[in-house]
Design a protein around this ligand. Structure first.
Ligand code: AMP
Length: 283
């Protein structure tokens, strides 16, 4: 695996190897890699001639300084894991490489309100930062495929909208959520949970499955939602939302309709760690 720290070195290399003749798969991450990230790289390896993974903890998408300060960093281990799954290039740029003129600008794009609810409501400015950094990376790497995880449902939906709206020539590939054996969605932030809390955190997934069964059995969505929020609180979580939304518009629904795919999206704090997860309810 070749490691680049600067944009100009990566761009020079890609020009030299005439990379446009090879399909390029790109996996953006913030590091502290786990099997979820690696499944994105593995999917890219199966589809693309050249796979580039980036590690960059983007400050502009953090609305909470403490979360940014505590974000885990395990670069040596990340390199080892990426080599093991056959990643071709690691791009781990500096702030100045991604934001040569500073980060004080906004991408003008119509997100159709996808950024207003759920994560957008609880983390103001978060998606502006995500759109800004993904656009910056796509402009540098120019991949044919971009790989993102279903774990961040609202994030990939917004990036798909950005790609469509700006008519960018890249295909978005969404990879399913990787979970621990107990159902907890893998996340870099899980490293901050104690073993006991890792067991407890699996309740987010079981609560979603319970809600899904109730909705499929015809229960009213607001009733399901309220009881799930209460159950999570009773288990020691501080849930921010437990929403059931349309997968295309991300708007909340009050009733399941045949043919319309829904997704349960959850954000909850457990002992100072913010966890998110989601579960699709097929139409
Ligand atoms: P992050 O490093 O958290 O910014 O994540 C980088 C990419 O990995 C994003 O597209 C995430 O959605 C994806 N990802 C994170 N966790 C998982 C997981 N458990 N399963 C699948 N993809 C994931």
């Amino acid at each position: 695996m070749i490691i680049f720290k600067h944009t100009k070195d990566l761009v020079n290399y890609l020009q030299q190897i005439n990379y446009s003749k090879r399909s390029v798969g790109f996996v953006p991450t913030m590091g502290a890699l786990h099997q979820g990230h690696l499944s994105l790289v593995e999917t890219a390896k199966a589809n693309n001639g050249l796979v580039i993974c980036s590690i960059f903890v983007n400050p502009t998408q953090f609305n909470n300084q403490d979360d940014l300060d505590k974000y885990p960093s395990t670069l040596d281990k990340d390199i080892e894991l990426l080599e093991r799954v056959g990643c071709d290039i690691l791009f781990s740029p500096t702030f100045d490489d991604i934001y040569p003129d500073g980060a004080d600008y906004k991408i003008e794009v119509d997100l159709k309100g996808l950024d207003l609810l759920m994560e957008g409501a609880f983390r103001p400015g978060h998606f502006e930062g995500v759109v800004q950094v993904v656009k910056a990376f796509l402009d540098i790497v120019r991949p044919s495929q971009l790989y993102m995880g279903q774990k961040d449902f609202q994030q990939f939906t917004i990036i798909r909208q950005m790609i469509d709206s700006l008519k960018m020539e890249v295909e978005l590939v969404v990879v399913p959520i990787k979970r621990e054996a107990n159902g907890l969605a893998m996340s870099s932030r899980n490293a901050r949970l104690s073993e006991a809390n890792k067991s407890l955190a699996a309740a987010i997934y079981s609560q979603m499955l319970e809600a899904k069964s109730a909705i499929l059995a015809g229960e009213t969505i607001t009733v399901v939602q309220e009881s799930a929020m209460k159950a999570l609180e009773a288990k020691g979580f501080e849930p921010e939302y437990f929403d059931v939304v349309n997968t295309s518009t991300l708007l909340p629904v009050d009733k399941r309709k045949k043919g319309i795919e829904l997704v349960i999206c959850v954000a909850a704090w457990l002992q100072g760690v913010r966890l998110i997860d989601n579960e699709i309810i097929e139409g």
